[in-house]
Write a protein that binds this ligand. Structure first.
Ligand code: CA
Length: 221
């Protein structure tokens, strides 16, 4: 028994996945196709996808936002958890990666729920703010270029409704945030943002050590 978060070895991690994850076939197929991709590590882990889908259902999310789509695994998980009238606005810059995503969204029958915007996400988020969509999203997932995380966080905080949830991926950054010898720009940006959120009176937050670290920040009602 331990009252600290366990350090999962391969055997225990496999146990966790085998005894907890139910992954629809279309997601397994997408995960396998993405595993062949040179940037495969950008895809979220299956247990994280399942956890996010649970949050979406718990919150009764109807309107969701994603910053950073890649090949569409997390967007597909979220879209499958949305009700029939639910919508996901998904931001990415890559036509190439999202072409794979679109193929699987079609196959899963949820493409109509996903509004994919190909542009720098800061521009898309600004457009949503200008269009009066502030305080209207129930859930947002930020998983894109780490250097822009602070900007995405501030924009998304405007767009999420009071009581809505922001999830930020990779906040433990393979453990590098805790290693003082690592001083590159992305690691320092993540460190600074982790501290900002820790002291941010606008949210109630928790850093969850699932996969590469997932911060959950609820905008205060
Ligand atoms: Ca990620």
């Amino acid at each position: 028994m331990s009252n600290q978060t366990l350090n999962l070895d391969d055997r225990l991690y496999r146990y966790l996945v085998d005894h907890s994850v139910h992954e629809p076939e279309v997601l397994t197929a997408l995960r396998h196709e993405t595993a062949q991709h040179p940037m495969a590590q950008m895809q979220i882990a299956p247990e994280q996808g399942q956890f996010m889908a649970l949050l979406v259902q718990l919150l009764g999310v109807k309107k969701a936002l994603e910053v950073g789509v890649f090949t569409g695994y997390s967007a597909l998980r979220v879209a499958l958890a949305l009700p029939p009238e639910g919508k996901l606005v998904a931001c990415d810059v890559s036509e190439e990666y999202t072409a794979i995503a679109r193929r699987y969204w079609e196959q899963a029958g949820v493409a109509h729920k996903i509004d994919l915007r190909i542009a720098p996400a800061t521009e898309t988020l600004d457009q949503l703010i200008q269009a009066g969509e502030t305080n209207s999203f129930d859930f947002a997932f930020i998983d894109a270029d780490k250097s822009s995380y602070p900007t995405y966080y501030e924009q998304v905080l405007q767009l999420v409704r009071p009581g809505g949830l922001i999830a930020l991926d990779n906040v433990l950054w393979s453990g590098q945030v805790a290693d003082p010898t690592v001083q590159d720009r992305r690691t320092n940006t993540l460190r600074a943002l982790n501290d900002t959120i820790h002291n941010d009176d606008r949210v109630v937050a928790s850093l969850v050590p699932i996969a590469d670290g997932l911060t959950l920040a609820m905008k205060k009602p």
